[in-house]
Design a protein around this ligand. Structure first.
Ligand SMILES: NC(=O)c1ccc[n+]([C@@H]2O[C@H](COP(=O)([O-])OP(=O)(O)OC[C@H]3O[C@@H](n4cnc5c(N)ncnc54)[C@H](OP(=O)(O)O)[C@@H]3O)[C@@H](O)[C@H]2O)c1
Length: 272
């Protein structure tokens, strides 16, 4: 059940008691791929709403920087390293470590980490093929299977999948990435059907072309892609994070299995 009126000590404010009244205060969330880009922005945004955030990724330095940033702003975060190409048994160990780091309970999971090898089908290496399938599909599946049951048991929880506008178009580049995003979006619909009746809401936020490290080598492509869309520009990580914050809030309680395109209108208006 949502926790109301929690009283706790903010980091760096010894002796100062803060009374939290919103349903989001003191709830816990694991955000995969939160060492960078959209995931890091989502970590900061959710921490700003009082969520206790488990930051994860392979890069400890970037992860710790996100944690320090959140703590500096009066929020709560902890870094737990993960390599989502790991086999299922190691992912289950990570799920357990993340739960313990959160204080023994995770109220929400954001499946955000993804790989997008910048090549076409013919050029994709076998290693990149395996890693993309592992990070983009296998890891969210294994982590959900590990973490959803306790949410179901409590009758309360939420899962957000970060999809992509590219799941809805045929593109001559990054075909496997697009297909993996379509698979994640479909998993979210299936999880909504599987876990929704037990009180666990599952939804997708699908960003449009957004400037982050995942596409930093494709700057001109991002500019071209967005030049004629309704928003006339790429998205920002903060704009994507805002949709996740809303989906995890009590204001979105009636959303199950939905996909929210935060894409400047690219999916709705794309003509080629
Ligand atoms: N940017 C866009 O235009 C755009 C558009 C549509 C959808 N999206 C989606 O938005 C999400 C975030 O993308 P982004 O643009 O923010 O990308 P990003 O800045 O490159 O971040 C990707 C994150 O995934 C993590 N990651 C990658 N491989 C990993 C692995 N093997 N194990 C654990 N973590 C791993 C990275 O952490 P480490 O490097 O620390 O491992 C990093 O934190 C993705 O799901 C992407 O598909 C992005």
């Amino acid at each position: 059940m949502p926790r109301f009126g929690t009283t706790w000590h903010l980091p760096g404010t010894a002796g100062v008691l803060v009374v939290m009244t919103s349903t989001e205060q003191n709830r816990t969330v694991l955000i995969t791929g939160s060492t960078s880009g959209i995931g890091a922005a989502t970590a900061r945004a959710l921490a700003g709403q009082g969520w206790r955030v488990v930051v994860t990724g392979r890069d400890r330095a970037r992860g710790q920087a996100v944690v320090d940033d959140i703590a500096g702003g009066g929020g709560w975060a902890v870094f737990v390293p993960s390599d989502l190409t790991a086999p299922p048994e190691e992912l289950r160990v990570f799920a357990s470590e993340a739960t313990q780091a959160a204080g023994g309970q995770l109220d929400a999971v954001v499946h955000n980490a993804a790989l997008c090898p910048p090549v076409n089908t013919v050029s994709l290496s076998d290693d990149d093929l395996e890693a993309t399938l592992a990070v983009n599909i296998r890891a969210p599946h294994v982590l959900t299977a590990a973490l959803a049951p306790s949410m179901v048991q409590r009758g309360d929880g939420a899962i957000v999948v970060i999809g992509s506008w590219m799941a809805h178009v045929g593109h001559p580049f990054v075909g496997l990435y697009s297909a993996s995003k379509a698979a994640e979006i479909q998993l979210a619909r299936s999880w909504a059907a599987e876990f929704g009746p037990a009180g666990v809401r599952v939804n997708t936020v699908s960003p449009g072309a957004t400037r982050t490290p995942i596409n930093e080598d494709s700057g001109d492509v991002i500019t071209q892609m967005t030049a004629n869309i309704p928003a006339r520009r790429p998205g920002t990580p903060d704009e994507i994070a805002a949709a996740v914050v809303w989906l995890l809030s009590g204001q979105a309680n009636y959303l199950h299995g939905a996909e929210i395109p935060v894409d400047g209108g690219i999916t709705a208006t794309r003509t080629q």
